[in-house]
Design a binder for this molecule. Structure first.
Ligand code: 6R9
Length: 632
């Protein structure tokens, strides 16, 4: 390891510790993480056994875990239904009339569902699915904007053992088509339009184009939002309201084996073809239930606002399943954080008294760009717990998020993946935080940082993040592609390789440095793209940055940066030099980008992740591969 890399590592060490307030700790379910963690991993099966009993099962399990490396079965022999636990479990008590979902549309509409009303809608929809002849194991593609019907349709499928595949409504027709084809869906549920910054996004023509080549699709159900309603071609195309109109609001949840598939969610990997990640009812239910409860310290009087879209995994686990399993009140809002103005989310927090707010670093940086005056206009005192997900949160964004929300609310930097189903590495509200670190493993979860051979690395040495034991919400396979599932467990022997580069500090805190495939090697020194980006974004003129490695004659790779400037900043040779000097100062010589391009936008996935692969291909004049997940 070169001298410069040492300097880089010590610079990134982040020595600021933010301790929880006495009130936060006093309120928390888990007040002594270290003790609880030790207890949980002394016997993880006993731990998960105890937690699973907080939920309702039709028949109990014979065995908590059947581990036939790398295939897992959890709660073996049990029957359950996640929809039953999200709804019926609450209907038998006082929560029957509690608000389950508050939905706010982009046009300012509001729809509120109690648990009772949500259950009635779900049951009607489940009966309507049955009326179409759908049965356990069939697949349904849900291609809807962020409207409550998305939640209703997901829970209705789950209720009768039908497998849902939610596809983000921003996907193009070819991307939708390939996902419908892979799943061989019999039904597609869509809407006429979605709205995006007041623009009307026509969805039905996208579905028409996609479905034209999908022989498996028998029916297309359409939620019609616009008046007059668009024409539908009967009998294949059915209006959502007509579809549900004659159906009874009662439909028993089907008892399903705990290992019954609940959903397929397509996610992009390092290669072109998207992977259909498969999750099941039992283990996923237990994992999302507990993480939602403990990470966000979720209580009955909270109002929980997660800004994700159900089109990606955070929406599945932490808008729909986890919060409903806990009987929470969920706020969900259609639209972007800066429309009609950058006060959008702060306004919603004030208006609905939001106490838990879960967002992404990308969104935080976007809001930072507009300045602190926006959050300052609103009363945010209802906030209690904050969350971040999707990418490493750079300390500047962390500090801003922390400061504008009152300076005392803990930020849960939650690390996990589509494949993991549930949050795996995360603080709990009572844990001391280090801005930029996802801290330590969740209860019952064992994680480490290792080299290529699986050897655990000493503190502060960068390596691969791995999970060393199975966990209940882990994916069970990749749909129709078990070999691809195996690669996660065979890359490094005896553990699950996440594909992230990471280091643990002296306190065992995990510092994620980006994807393994995003790591750049400059003159043999390993540099995480996220680290350089974080340094650039800490410059006062920079709003966002993306970094790639470019082949370089002598150094192997050189760093190239793409930078979006803040409003009012202008490109100049002095500014470019200033940015280089800044990275030099923040990280050291080896991390300084050789080239910096000022750009108006960056290619991103719908969930806000920068697609460095696309930047790199463009830079090198190569084929970018699958760009179906690209947003702009
Ligand atoms: C939930 C989600 C997974 C990848 C993951 C990692 C990155 C997510 C993070 C984080 C650092 C965090 N990631 N959360 N990196 N800190 N708190 O995002 O799932 O879309 O499948 O992406 O996202 O690189 O490997 P998914």
């Amino acid at each position: 390891m070169g001298h410069d890399e040492k300097a880089l590592e010590s610079l990134m060490r982040g020595d600021r510790v933010v301790s929880p307030t006495a009130a936060t700790t006093a309120a928390a379910y888990i007040q002594d993480y270290d003790a609880e963690y030790r207890r949980s991993i002394a016997d993880p099966e006993a731990f998960w056994d105890r937690i699973a009993k907080e939920l309702e099962w039709f028949t109990p399990w014979r065995k908590v875990l059947d581990w036939n490396y790398p295939w897992a079965k959890w709660f073996v022999g049990a029957t359950c239904n996640i929809s039953y636990n999200c709804l019926d479990r609450h209907l038998n008590g006082w929560r029957k009339n509690k608000v389950a979902v508050i939905w706010v549309g982009e046009q300012g509409e509001e729809r509120i569902f109690t648990y009772g009303e949500l259950a009635r809608q779900v049951n009607r929809c489940a009966n309507a699915l049955k009326a179409l002849g759908l049965k356990q194991g069939d697949r349904v593609t849900i291609y809807l904007p962020k409207i409550p019907e998305q939640i209703v349709a997901m829970l209705a499928c789950a209720r009768i053992g039908v497998i849902h595949s939610v596809v983000y409504s921003g996907f193009s027709a070819p991307a939708l088509e390939s996902r419908i084809k892979d799943a061989e869906s019999r039904l597609v549920i869509t809407a006429d339009v979605g709205y995006d910054r007041s623009k009307v996004i026509k969805l039905k023509p996208v579905v028409d184009q996609a479905v034209a080549n999908c022989g498996s699709v028998e029916t297309v159900v359409v939620v019609r939002r616009e008046k007059p309603g668009i024409a539908l071609a009967a009998p294949k195309e059915v209006d959502w309201d007509d579809w549900l109109a004659g159906e009874k609001p009662v439909c028993e949840a089907v008892p399903l084996d705990a290992e019954t598939p609940l959903y397929i969610l397509y996610t992009s990997g390092t290669t072109g073809k998207p992977k259909g990640v498969v999750h099941v009812h039992g283990g996923y239910m237990v994992g999302t239930y507990l993480t939602t409860k403990y990470v966000f310290d979720l209580k009955d009087n909270d109002v929980y606002f997660c800004v994700a879209d159900p089109g990606w995994v955070t929406g599945h686990s932490y808008i729909v399943y986890g919060p409903l399993l806990n009987g929470a009140t969920i706020l969900t809002a259609e639209g972007k954080p800066d429309y009609p103005n950058p006060g959008r989310w702060w306004n919603l927090i004030e208006r609905y008294g939001v106490s838990i707010f879960y967002t992404t670093p990308t969104a935080v940086r976007l809001l930072m760009k507009y300045g602190e005056e926006w959050p300052r206009k609103y009363d945010l005192s209802s906030l209690r717990i904050l969350g971040s997900v999707g990418e490493p949160i750079n300390p500047e964004a962390w500090e801003w998020y922390h400061r504008v929300t009152g300076g005392t609310k803990p930020i849960m930097d939650t690390w996990w993946q589509t494949e993991t189903g549930m949050i795996l590495i995360t603080p709990l509200p009572s844990v001391p935080l280090k801005p930029g670190s996802a801290t330590r493993p969740f209860l019952g979860v064992e994680a480490d940082v290792v080299d290529r051979t699986g050897k655990p690395l000493p503190a502060n040495e960068g390596g691969f993040a791995v999970i060393t034991k199975p966990w209940p919400a882990m994916m069970r396979t990749i749909y129709k592609d078990p070999d691809r599932y195996l690669t996660y467990w065979h890359t490094i022997p005896n553990c699950y390789t996440a594909g992230d580069v990471c280091r643990k500090d002296d306190d065992g805190y995990f510092w994620f440095m980006g994807r393994a495939d995003d790591v750049i090697k400059v003159a043999g020194n390993r540099i995480g793209t996220a680290e350089v980006e974080s340094a650039l974004v800490s410059h006062p003129a920079v709003a966002e940055a993306a970094v790639i490695g470019k082949p370089h004659k002598t150094a192997g790779e050189a760093i190239k940066a793409f930078v979006i400037l803040k409003q009012g900043e202008h490109e100049s040779p002095e500014l470019i030099q200033g940015l280089k000097d800044h990275v030099l100062q923040e990280l050291g010589k080896i991390a300084v980008p050789q080239e910096i391009d000022i750009v108006p936008s960056l290619p991103k996935t719908r969930s806000g992740k920068i697609m460095r692969r696309v930047l790199k291909a463009k830079e090198l004049g190569q084929d970018p591969g699958d760009i179906s997940t690209i947003e702009e």
